[in-house]
Write a protein that binds this ligand. Structure first.
Ligand code: SF4
Length: 147
């Protein structure tokens, strides 16, 4: 069973109320079993919502309590992101997912890159909060770009 970012399948759960539909991912999953999650919604955030970024380093440091996630209005949404990661892990475990395909560059779902915390569009190497928690629990996470 594969855990998949809901926005990659065309679900309008992205911060701006839209999606990140990937025909490549949909085609790849056609003959496979999968379950979709949106960690930010599972963390209690609304859709649409303000975009958020990790303030320093990446999702591992957020899990460790050494970094935060802040919206572009300066609201601290760290606890929402941690809750979303935990709920996503719970679903992954319930469905015995051993791998995940998550949206690249998201502060929740990124697996190679994230935005640098300045809301200027710059990306840095790093992972989102949900990806970090899944990898800490031995779930393989790749992005839609690696399909
Ligand atoms: Fe997509 Fe993940 Fe962002 Fe939800 S949290 S909209 S699944 S990238």
């Amino acid at each position: 069973m594969i855990l998949v970012s809901a926005c990659l399948l065309g679900i309008n759960c992205k911060y701006n109320g839209e999606h990140n539909k990937s025909d490549k991912v949909i085609e790849y999953l056609k003959d496979k079993e999968y379950i979709i999650v949106c960690p930010e919604q599972l963390g209690g955030l609304s859709t649409p919502r303000r975009p958020s970024e990790i303030t320093s380093v990446d999702g591992y440091e957020v899990i460790n309590g050494n970094s935060n996630v802040i919206s572009n209005e300066g609201i601290d949404v760290t606890e929402n992101f941690k809750k979303g990661a935990k709920e996503s892990l719970k679903i992954a475990n319930l469905y015995q997912c051993t791998e995940a395909i998550l949206k690249e560059s998201s502060p929740s779902c990124g697996s190679n890159y994230i935005y640098d915390g300045t809301f200027s569009g710059n990306k840095i190497p790093g992972v989102g909060v949900t990806t970090a928690l899944l990898r800490l629990n031995n779930i393989k996470v790749i992005s839609e770009k690696e399909i």
